[in-house]
Structures are given as C-alpha cells and as structure tokens.
Design a binder for this molecule. Structure first.
Ligand code: ADP
Length: 385
C-alpha cells in the first residue's frame, strides 16, 4: 500500500503543485490520479519514487517512509512507464526490455530470456525483439515500455500518461492489455491520466485532483459516477454519468425468457437475426456471465423489437432479455443511490497482501528519469538538488 499523509510540494518558484494530499493506493490495485493539466498528478507520482521530494508530509510504502529508503533501493521495487515509452533508440527491443536485469547483473542469456517472456506477455511478436524502437508503431513501443518496467518484477508500477500519445483505437487495446496483465500480476499501480474515461475504465480507485494539487474526491469508479462529491467532480466526469454507471453493474441478474421462435439461429445455436416479412432483422447479444447491464441495454437497442439476445461464451443463444426484463433491473438500480463498487479493492484480500521480494541490486531509474525529462523538459526537478 502507498500512503500519502498530508503531502505538500512547493517548487522553488513558490508554485504549490500538491497541497496537503492524503490518500491510500491499495496493494494489488490500480489507483488513478486524474484531473486537468497542472493539477499536480505527475508531481504526486514522482514523489513516490523520490524523483521529486515532498516539501511537507510523508509518503509511506507499506508503512515505511520513502525518505528513509535510499533512492536506488526504492526504485528497485518500482517500475516506471512514461508517455512515448522512452525507449533507448540505439538499443534493440530485447535489450531495451532487459535494461533493468542487465543493471541487476543478470547474465545476458537470462536477461534476454526474461525479456522475450515479457514481450510475449504484453502481446508482442518475438520477431520484433531484434528491431530498434523507430521500427515499431507507437502502440508497440508503449507495450515495450510496459514490458521494460515489469522486467525485474517490481511490486509497484508508476505509469505517467503512458497511453496518451497513441490513437484512440490503439489506446483502447493498450488499456485492455493492461487490465488483462493486471489480473495476472496484481501489481500496486498508480496511473496518471487527464482522461476521465481512461480513469474510470482502469481505476479500482480514482483520485480526482483539482488545480492547486488538492484532492477533490477519491472513490471507486461506480461511486464516483453515482455520487460525485461536488460540482467540480460532476463537471469533470462530464455527461452520461447514469449510462456509464451501468458498465459497473453485472448483467447476470437480468431475467431471461426462452428464445422466441422468430429468433433465427444457425446449426450450432448462434443467432442469425429476427425473422420478419422483409427477411432477417438485426439483433444484439450480451453474455450475462461476463457483460454489464450497459452491454445488455446496448444489445436491446440494436434490435428493432427491443429484445437483447443472451448468449453463452461460445455465442450460443441461451435466452432473451425482453424490454420488460431490462426495465425491471434498471428500475432497481435507478432507485439505489450508490451501488457498491464491484472493483473496489478496499476490504478485499488484495488490501492485506504483502509486497513481493525485491531483486538485489540497482536498476535503470537514473536513465529512465533522464529520458522522461528529455521527453518533457518543462517538467522534472533536479533529483539531486
Ligand atoms: P499535472 O501532471 O497534473 O499536469 P504537474 O504535477 O506536472 O501537473 O504540475 C503541477 C504544477 O506544478 C503546475 O502548475 C506546474 O506548472 C508546476 N510545476 C511542475 N514542475 C515544476 C517545476 N520544476 N518548477 C516549478 N513549477 C513546476
């Protein structure tokens, strides 16, 4: 767990970037810092691995003040991913990923084997390993950046706008990939973004910051959508809060009826369309075991008769949700003020999990810090002075 206790950062010119910030980022969960540009997200993130030191207050990593841990030791347990990946242009992909293992003194064969394993893990073809960064797309480079941060298996991952520089389609797939990875790895992740949709999609917990570095609200995404703390948070969340909240409600409670005869299916029971005089009409499907109420509603809106077709994981029809059935569940949720966050890690077992063992020597943070500064020279404070 990462704990901020009354943390303030005042830069040399007097700018208060972060003001009396107190929050907890639970172990094994994704905590997102979100807010408009200049609200202190990056400064807050960089105080965790001491690229920037707080002016007042404390940051604790599993109970220990990070200022009592020397920066190399601290950063050994903290992976760091930045926008545009920050890869070393003159190093092959495999060697970029193996950066930290090399610094830890692993032999080349073992370090490269680890790198290859990670490339596969982040969904990259092994053929790309021999290429140089410029020979990869932006999305591929970003995956390499994630693989590199994971190389020494750090328990904590800091991610600073890692997906902001890629187009929306690639971005969505990187987000999915991160969620998939996280379900295996259960790292303690602090993720910075200015994009509220990204925050809601990725965050188990979301900290909304306002300019001046003040915490406006910290909550799970469903709670945030249901009960924004004030007008600032409400406006920042934007429109469609009610609809977006349905994404956090499972569709498994929707009452299903037997599929009617006018639903045409193929030989393996998959839907083909709704029979009508003019031919087969469009249909929409949802999987009650996996999908949200939003997906069920979307499926209903795709069909002219308003029925959503429920399917199993193989796509076979298991029934239909009629308009009335959808109405019943919507009515239940509309009436409740705050549904619990299914993804809310507080109270879950992950909360109590202890950190992994860290590897032995020091890693690449000197380099990644320099790169990150190169990528955004306006940021960054001299860590030595
Ligand atoms: P965000 O990541 O939310 O965009 P930052 O943490 O980068 O915000 O910055 C917060 C505030 O601190 C901004 O007003 C920014 O201009 C200021 N700031 C950031 N770095 C420095 C610095 N090295 N010196 C002075 N002010 C800084």
């Amino acid at each position: 767990m990462i704990t901020f206790e009354g943390v303030t950062k005042r830069y040399a010119d007097g700018t208060v970037a972060v003001d009396d910030l107190s929050l907890e980022a639970p172990t094994g969960a994704i905590t997102v810092f979100v807010g408009p540009s200049g609200c202190g997200k990056t400064t807050s993130l960089r105080m965790i691995n001491r690229m920037i030191d707080a002016t007042e207050g404390r940051i604790l990593l599993d109970g220990q003040d990070v200022r009592e841990i020397d920066p190399p030791t601290l950063r050994r347990g903290i992976g760091y991913v930045i926008q545009q990946a920050g890869l070393f242009p003159h190093r092959k992909i495999v060697d970029n990923v193996a950066t930290v293992p090399y610094l830890l003194g692993w032999d080349k064969k073992r370090a490269r084997a680890r790198a290859m394993e990670l490339l596969e893990r982040v969904g990259l073809d092994s053929d790309l390993a021999r290429r140089y960064p410029y020979q990869l797309s932006g999305g591929q480079q970003q995956r390499v950046g994630v693989a590199r941060a994971l190389a020494a298996d750090p328990p904590v991952l800091l991610m600073d706008e890692p997906f902001s520089a890629v187009d929306p389609v690639v971005r969505a797939s990187l987000q999915e990939e991160l969620l998939r990875l996280q379900s295996d790895l259960q790292k303690t992740i602090v993720f910075v973004t200015h994009d509220i949709d990204e925050a809601i999609k990725l965050g188990d917990m979301v900290a909304v910051l306002r300019v001046g570095g003040r915490l406006a609200q910290m909550a799970g995404p469903a709670t945030l959508l249901t009960a924004p703390a004030d007008d600032f948070v409400r406006e920042f969340l934007g429109r469609d809060r009610g609809i977006r909240r349905l994404s956090f409600i499972p569709a498994k409670d929707v009452r299903l009826s037997a599929a009617p005869a006018d639903l045409a299916v193929d030989a393996s029971g998959r839907p083909l369309g709704w029979r009508a005089d003019e031919g087969l009409l469009p249909y929409g499907t949802f999987d009650p075991e996996r999908d949200s109420l939003r997906a069920a509603l979307d499926a209903a809106l795709l069909a002219p008769n308003g029925n959503a077709v429920a399917v199993d994981e193989d796509g076979g029809v298991i029934g239909v949700a009629t308009r009335e059935a959808l109405d019943e569940v919507l009515g239940q949720y509309a009436a409740r003020s705050a549904a619990p966050d299914p993804g809310d890690p507080r109270g879950g077992p992950a909360h109590e999990e202890s950190r992994h063992e860290s590897p032995d020597a020091d890693p690449a943070h000197e380099e990644s810090r320099d790169e990150s500064r190169g990528a955004d020279p306006a940021r960054g404070e001299d860590p030595h002075g």
